[in-house]
Write a protein that binds this ligand. Structure first.
Ligand SMILES: *[C@@H]1O[C@H](CO)[C@@H](O)[C@H](O)[C@H]1NC(C)=O
Ligand SMILES: *[C@@H]1O[C@H](CO)[C@@H](O)[C@H](O)[C@H]1NC(C)=O
Ligand SMILES: *[C@@H]1O[C@H](CO)[C@@H](O)[C@H](O)[C@H]1NC(C)=O
Ligand SMILES: *[C@@H]1O[C@H](CO)[C@@H](O)[C@H](O)[C@H]1NC(C)=O
Length: 459
C-alpha cells in the first residue's frame, strides 16, 4: 500500500489548486515501473468508490432517522422548533428551585382554594379535623395570611361551608364555584356560586351553575369567568364549560351563567383538575377521567378501575371558545396545587396518584410549564408530599398551603384526620431558557412516564 501511495516508491504527481501539475522532486524514476503505478491508481479509485458508497448508505440511514443530517449529536438551543425528531430535550432549569418552611397555618386545611392579593394569600374554605371529637369539619372561613409576618386574620365568614370547589379571580372578586358542604363519603355536588369582594370583605351569592359540579376547575380571562370539568352526581367526569360575564349584572339580578355549546367542551372530561390563565389563554391541567374499562369490573370497591389520572393539558382561547391540546405534564396527577408565574409560566406542586389498588397517595413532584416553548420541566420537589393543596405566588415566592399527606390506605383512616397545617415557600431560581438537545443512547429507551396508570380517588 505504501508503494501505491507514493506512486511506486520514488515519485508522484500533485495537482495544484490552479490545475497545473507539479512534479514531485525525485532523484531517478525507473520507467519500467509505470505499469505498476497505473494498476495502483485503479485500486485506489476502487477503494474511494467503496468508501463513497458506504458513506452514501450511512447518510441515507441517518437522514431517514434524523431528517436533518447537519444537526450535531448534541446541541444547546433556545428554539425547540429547530430540534429534529429523535432527540431528547433537557432544560437547563431542570431540578432548580428551593423550598423552605414558612409559618404554619393556625388550623389544618385541605381541599381549599388560595388566592394571592398584594402581599397576602387568602385561604378559602376547605376541610379540617376540627369538628366535634376530631370529626371532619367543612370550613366556612376565609383567612388572610400575611407572607411577610406570618400573621393570620379571619375575614368575613362564607355564606356556607364549602370545599372541593373551583375558584377564579376577576376585578377584585373571588368566585367560589360548585363543590360541596358535606364531609360525608357520598357528598353531593352543589350548583351554587359565592362571590367574595376582597376590598369590601363581603360575600354574596352569584347565579347558580347550569349543573352541579364537584372538584371542577375554573379561571378568568378576557373579562369573563369560566368553570369547567368536575364530576356530576354519579361521579362521571364532565367536559362541559360554563361562562359568566359579570358586566351583564343589573341592579336587581346577578350576571347569569351561559353553558357553552358542545364545540367548546374539553377534549378530555376531567374532575380534580386545575386551571390558570396565562396571557389570555386558560390552561386546564391534569385531573382524573372516568372511563369504561373493558377489562375490569368497576363495581363497588373496584370503582378505582374506571378512573385514570391524567397528564394531559388543554388550552382555551376565549376568542374562538375552543380548546387545543398542549404538551402533557411529566407526571399524571389530580387534586394538586397550581399557580401562574411571571414570564408565561405555570407551576404545579404535589397532587394525588394511585398504585392501581389504592389512590390518595400524595406526591412530591413539582413541574413548571413554559408556554412559549410548550414544555413541562421538573423542578425541586416539595419537602413533604401532599395533595389537595394549593399555591399562591406572593412577594416573588410560591407558597404551598396545607393539603393532605398519603391517607385513607386503611379503613377508618380518613384524610381529613391528617390534613396539614404546614406551609412551604418556593424560591424561583432564575435560569437561561436553554435546552440541551441530544441523541438518546437508545432510540427505543422508554420516555418518561409514557405508561398511563388507572387510578383515582373517591371519598
Ligand atoms: C366526644 O367523645 C366523648 C368521649 O368519647 C363523648 O362523651 C362525647 O359525647 C363526644 N362528643 C361529641 C360531640 O360527639
Ligand atoms: C393564629 O394564632 C395566633 C397565635 O396563637 C393568634 O394570635 C391569631 O389570632 C390566630 N389567627 C387566626 C386566624 O386564628
Ligand atoms: C354523569 O356523567 C356520566 C358520564 O361521565 C353519565 O354517564 C351519567 O349519566 C351522568 N349522571 C348524571 C346524573 O347526569
Ligand atoms: C384491555 O386489554 C387489552 C388486551 O390485553 C389491552 O390491549 C387494552 O389496552 C386493555 N384496555 C384497558 C383500558 O386497559
Amino acid at each position: 500500500m505504501a508503494d501505491c501511495l507514493n506512486g511506486g516508491g520514488k515519485a508522484g504527481n500533485f495537482t495544484n489548486l490552479d490545475g497545473t501539475e507539479q512534479k514531485m522532486v525525485s532523484a531517478s524514476a525507473p520507467p519500467a515501473r509505470r505499469g505498476f503505478v497505473g494498476a495502483c491508481f485503479f485500486v485506489y479509485m476502487g477503494l474511494l468508490t467503496c468508501v463513497a458508497v458506504i458513506a452514501f448508505i450511512l447518510g441515507c440511514y441517518s437522514v431517514n432517522k434524523v431528517r436533518n443530517p447537519d444537526y450535531p449529536e448534541s446541541a444547546l438551543t433556545s428554539n425547540l422548533g429547530t430540534v429534529p425528531d429523535g432527540y431528547s430535550v433537557f432544560s437547563l432549569g431542570t431540578g432548580l428551585g428551593y423550598w423552605s418552611q414558612a409559618t404554619a397555618m393556625n388550623h389544618s386545611r385541605s381541599d381549599h382554594g388560595v388566592v394571592a392579593v398584594g402581599k397576602y394569600a387568602y385561604l378559602i374554605g376547605g376541610v379540617s379535623d376540627e369538628g366535634p371529637n376530631g370529626t371532619a369539619r367543612v370550613l366556612d372561613s376565609i383567612v388572610r395570611y400575611d407572607t411577610e409576618t406570618g400573621l393570620m386574620t379571619e375575614m368575613a365568614t362564607m355564606l356556607a361551608p364549602r370545599y372541593r370547589f373551583a375558584y377564579a379571580v376577576l376585578n377584585g372578586n373571588i368566585y367560589v364555584m360548585g363543590g360541596t358542604d358535606s364531609a360525608a363519603q357520598d357528598a353531593l355536588p352543589t350548583d351554587t356560586v359565592m362571590v367574595y369582594n376582597v376590598g369590601a370583605n363581603k360575600w354574596t351569592y352569584g347565579d347558580k351553575l347550569s349543573a352541579p359540579r364537584i372538584d371542577p376547575c375554573g379561571a378568568a380571562v378576557a373579562g369573563k369567568v369560566y368553570v369547567f370539568g368536575g364530576y356530576n352526581e354519579t361521579f362521571g367526569s364532565l367536559a362541559s364549560v360554563e361562562e359568566l360575564d359579570p358586566t351583564t349584572a343589573s341592579a336587581t339580578s346577578p350576571a347569569v351563567w351561559n353553558k357553552l355549546p358542545a364545540s367548546s367542551n374539553l377534549a378530555v372530561s376531567r374532575g380534580d383538575c386545575r386551571a390558570v390563565a396565562v396571557d389570555k389563554t386558560i390552561y386546564a391541567v391534569g385531573g382524573a377521567e372516568y372511563y369504561i374499562n373493558p377489562n375490569k369490573s368497576c363495581d363497588g370497591d373496584l370503582w378505582i378501575n374506571c378512573y385514570r389520572f391524567l397528564r394531559s393539558v388543554e388550552a382555551f382561547d376565549p376568542a374562538t371558545k375552543t380548546w387545543t391540546p398542549r404538551a402533557s405534564m411529566v407526571n399524571a396527577r389530580g387534586d394538586f396545587g397550581i399557580e401562574a408565574l411571571p414570564g408565561g409560566r405555570i407551576i404545579v406542586a404535589g397532587g394525588e396518584r394511585g398504585n392501581g389498588v389504592a389512590n390518595q397517595q400524595a406526591m412530591y413532584e413539582v413541574e413548571e410549564y413554559v408556554a412559549a416553548d410548550n414544555i413541562w420541566i421538573t423542578k425541586a420537589p416539595l419537602p413533604e408530599a401532599r395533595f389537595r393543596d394549593d399555591l399562591a405566588f406572593v412577594n416573588g415566592r410560591v407558597y404551598a398551603f396545607g393539603g393532605a399527606p398519603t391517607c385513607g390506605q386503611v379503613p377508618g383512616a380518613d384524610c381529613y384526620q391528617v390534613a396539614l397545617r404546614s406551609v412551604f415557600a418556593y424560591f424561583d431560581v432564575q435560569y437561561p431558557r436553554l435546552y440541551a438537545a441530544y441523541k438518546a443512547a437508545s432510540a427505543s429507551a422508554p420516555r418518561a412516564a409514557t405508561s398511563r396508570r388507572m387510578l383515582l380517588r373517591r371519598r
